[in-house]
Design a protein around this ligand. Structure first.
Ligand SMILES: O=C(O)C[C@H](O)C(=O)O
Length: 449
């Protein structure tokens, strides 16, 4: 099935460097930083550009997930296959995202980013973080499970909850595969619709440089790089820990699965720059799903693993949760025993599930976690509010990379990974990759070595 522009004719001349989307996004990020730095007020006023782009992508996420799952499930022999893929995905999510929480905890104990700050909690403006905890998803497991069931079939597609879309898509896909001839006819229509929707994604991505420019100008203009100076140790520790997590933990997982993390990062460079620019991993979700398919992962696996991963496998958010919680404790002079830290870990393991890939989601999830455990003062979050947007970028990047790896690994476990296609895609051989369709954005986006 073709998703985007057909490259099979192969007659188009190679694109000029400035026509490549990742180059445009990179330049837009640099321009945004410059504007935000030199003219902070103008930069802050450019927020609607970034928000508008993220809204454009969010508007298309429900159809992308719905159609990917519905068309993907058609390729599965029976409903048990779905349960098995979901089971493997959850085993992976639990192991890796718990590891991310533990890594954040260990690093915070070793580096002690908040030590010696001696902040009096009473002196902090608690109203600045007031309300964040309430915005989080329901913290109890039954309430959370109930929230996954939409009010109506249609509201799942209109209300923007990824897990609700996933649920109705899986049920609809199963029903379709059991419906004989009419199911086959509708499946064919879904495939055609999917092509159109991905064509729409390609059109929307033309606005990505504008979105990345506006979002970056806003971040630097509103929060100022100066804010980073006081909390540089925390932000630096978070970036370094996340980078090491990606290279070492995810890198080893990739290595054992037979591919190089660096090649994958290169293959996904346009998506990652988009995530960096907008500080939202969801901004790249449709493209990520398509590119994973083009790299040889079965559509059904991508359709199940990536959207669930965006709620249950947020490695960057998890590293941030324990690291930031301990930072606040250290900065406000709260001594956390090993038991307190284990309690924090356990609560975070549950409360981090069902978070989202939108900017600020990690901050909200942390507020919800701290409001459950009495030891670390929620008011202490006022300390990190000013630099949170800078940490949001790193959370989003790590989350996105973590979900890409998860999809490839689960596809491999499932025997649903075309290794030849993966190798071809990661080595930049666009002709051998992409049996599932053309490149994500346009021919120029195919990685070239
Ligand atoms: O986008 C994400 O994945 C996370 C988000 O940016 C956040 O701020 O927590």
């Amino acid at each position: 099935m073709q998703h985007a522009i057909d490259t099979s004719q192969g007659t188009a001349p190679p694109p000029r460097w400035f026509a490549r989307l990742y180059v445009q996004v990179l330049l837009a990020i640099a321009a945004g930083i410059t504007v935000g730095f030199v003219w902070p007020e103008t930069g802050a006023a450019l927020q609607p550009l970034g928000d508008g782009f993220v809204k454009l992508v969010k508007m298309i996420i429900a159809p992308v997930i719905f159609l990917t799952i519905v068309t993907g499930i058609g390729g599965m022999r029976h409903a048990g296959d779905i349960g098995r893929v979901a089971g493997k995905a959850f085993a992976y999510f639990l192991a890796v995202s718990s590891l991310a929480l533990i890594v954040g905890l260990i690093v915070a104990n070793v580096v002690q980013p908040g030590a010696g700050m001696n902040i009096d909690v009473a002196s902090l403006d608690a109203s600045a973080v007031h309300g964040y905890a309430d915005k989080a998803h329901d913290a109890t497991i039954p309430a959370f499970l109930l929230s996954v069931i939409p009010t109506t079939f249609v509201s799942a597609l209109t209300e923007g909850s990824i897990l609700q879309v996933l649920l109705v898509a899986i049920l609809f896909g199963i029903a379709l595969s059991l419906s004989g001839e009419s199911g086959t006819a509708i499946h064919r229509i879904a495939e055609q619709l999917s092509e159109v929707v991905f064509q729409l994604v390609a059109i929307l991505m033309r606005a990505a440089p504008v979105g990345a420019f506006g979002a970056m100008a806003f971040t630097v203009g509103k929060y100022g790089v100066g804010a980073l100076l006081g909390l540089g140790k925390l932000v630096g520790t978070f970036y370094l820990t996340s980078a090491l997590f990606v290279v070492i933990v995810l890198g080893l997982i990739a290595r054992f699965s037979g591919f190089s993390i660096f090649r994958l990062l290169r293959y996904l460079r346009a998506e990652l720059l988009l995530v960096l620019g907008t500080s939202s991993s969801e901004a790249a979700l449709p493209n990520l799903m398509q590119k994973l398919e083009q790299a040889g992962c079965a559509k059904s696996v991508v359709g199940i693993v990536v959207p669930t991963g965006y709620s249950f496998n947020l490695d960057g958010t998890n590293i941030y949760m324990t690291l930031a919680a301990l930072f606040i404790a250290q900065a406000t002079g709260v001594d956390l025993s090993l038991g307190d830290q284990i309690a924090l870990l356990l609560v975070a393991m549950i409360s981090s599930k069902g978070a989202a890939g939108v900017t600020g989601a990690g901050f909200i999830t942390l507020a919800a976690t701290l409001s459950i455990i009495p030891t670390v003062p929620v008011a202490g979050m006022a300390l990190i509010l000013g630099v949170d947007r800078f940490m949001s970028e790193c959370r989003a990047l790590t989350n996105c990379i973590g979900n890409a790896i998860a999809a490839i690994v689960v596809a491999k476990w499932e025997g649903a990974l075309d290794h030849h296609q993966l190798r071809a895609a990661l080595s930049g051989n666009a002709d051998q990759a992409g049996q599932h369709g053309g490149p994500v954005f346009s021919p120029e986006e195919a990685p070239a070595d």
